[in-house]
Design a protein around this ligand. Structure first.
Ligand SMILES: [Zn+2]
Length: 126
């Protein structure tokens, strides 16, 4: 079902700017309209300014007026599945808390979660 998205997330790691951690993350974000946006982590020498791959892809989609997401595939160089951080869970849930989150190790090794199961109590203004 998500074969293309999974392989695209693996390719997206090459866009990572991670000279400090050497930890590359690649993301492929699928909108409800079937468009894919790519993201990779972008590090900064002032570490707290680093932006996660998930939010890079989401911001690209949102500023392209694509605000409903079907799924996000996340790959990294880790030997473990890389879950999205808390900030990215909150950020993505703002737009599509029912989306699928696919953690990718390889084209054949992946796990699929519902975002609302990973982040059941998002912050809301109302
Ligand atoms: Zn994050």
């Amino acid at each position: 079902m998500y074969e293309k998205l999974i392989s695209e997330s693996l390719k997206a790691k090459r866009f990572s700017h991670s000279p400090y951690s050497k930890f590359r993350v690649g993301v492929a974000l699928l909108t409800n309209k079937g468009k894919i946006y790519y993201g990779a982590n972008v590090e900064c020498s002032s570490y707290s300014l680093t932006i996660c791959a998930e939010r890079v892809a989401a911001v690209k989609a949102i500023t392209d007026r694509q605000k409903k997401f079907k799924a996000v595939a996340i790959s990294s160089d880790s030997s473990e599945f890389a879950f999205p951080c808390g900030a990215c869970r909150q950020f993505l849930s703002e737009f599509s808390d029912n989306m699928d989150v696919i953690l990718v190790k390889s084209k054949t090794k992946y796990q699929i979660y519902k975002l609302q199961n990973l982040f059941p109590h998002k912050f809301k203004l109302k």
